[in-house]
Design a protein around this ligand. Sequence first.
Ligand SMILES: NC(=O)c1ccc[n+]([C@@H]2O[C@H](COP(=O)([O-])OP(=O)(O)OC[C@H]3O[C@@H](n4cnc5c(N)ncnc54)[C@H](O)[C@@H]3O)[C@@H](O)[C@H]2O)c1
Length: 337
Amino acid sequence: MQITVTGAAGYIGSHACLKLLDDGHEVHGLDNFSRSFERTVQALQRAGGGRFHFTQVELNDQRATTAALKLHPPEIVLHFAAFAVVPESVQFPLIYWHNNVGATVSLLNAMDAVDARKLIFSSTCATYGEPAPAHIPIGEDCPQRPTHAYGESKLACEHIMKAWVQSNAHADRDRGVVFLRYFNVAGGDHLARIGEDHDPETHLVPICLRAATGRHPELVVHGNDYPTPDGTCIRDYVHVEDLVTAHIEAIKVIPHRQTLAMNVGTGVGASVLEVLRACSVAAGREVPFRMGARRDGDPPKLVSNPEKIFRLTSWRPARSSLEAITQSAWRWFAQQK
Ligand SMILES: NC(=O)c1ccc[n+]([C@@H]2O[C@H](COP(=O)([O-])OP(=O)(O)OC[C@H]3O[C@@H](n4cnc5c(N)ncnc54)[C@H](O)[C@@H]3O)[C@@H](O)[C@H]2O)c1
């Protein structure tokens, strides 16, 4: 299949490219490197040989995006490109509306120009905001009430895509979109060809590994007085390779002239201290940490109810134990200079 991946140089997009290439697909990656590095594209080129094509493009530039899509007209688009740092979105909300929503509108227009009709969208559990305890574990019917511009921008993208698939102007076009609402993604490629590579880093597992090796000051645990067994927040961690497999399964169930939302999580939660301990074991050294104050807007527990994706697809998490996540993250991290 000919597949276009936006955000191909980013953490999840690059792991998706790698898996699609390993599976024998033709992959066209798009990225503007605003949050990523050329070295990741080079790793993908090594892995994919002639089947990986890359175009550096700003998705908000509709003309350039259309021209890029024309190079390799896609059967499916996987849309990962976005800004995704919650505190930044609180500080600078407009760049989130511009980059996440603006770029999505531009991409859909560009897709129309090449008559590309199928899309898998990287949505997020942040669109649920802070669900009431009765809604945990979180199903897709949980009210979507995001509490920051990042979550709002992602929810707006869902609304825009719904309008796109149902538009009467092109009723003859069999458009379809799957929203995959990810929970916490972590881990790296099983062959350590690529890994989680953000700068600055804001995710727990890579920060723990950096702290363990002295490349980051001690980890600050934001609150240990939550109503959870060890007092720290609980999240649902899914291995990036499991997440990518969910996309491949989602391609098989893209609906006709409709959207379909599915959560991607394991249904099992882990606390900050449990992740920290797993990172210590993987790295073979202590992760230095201290307790800090709670952060605004951090709900005590966010865990998915994965029943819907289990029912509609044959996806099951296979590598999402804390051990598998942290060991794969460490294998890649340990070989970085
Ligand atoms: N990492 C997680 O735990 C997580 C959880 C839920 C949802 N998500 C979603 O998954 C997607 C990928 O996340 P990630 O962690 O890989 O982020 P990332 O920052 O590593 O990757 C995003 C990529 O998109 C590119 N990009 C951003 N804006 C662009 C634009 N206007 N034009 C072209 N390229 C652009 C960046 O340069 C980067 O390479 C995002 O949409 C994010 O909202 C991630």
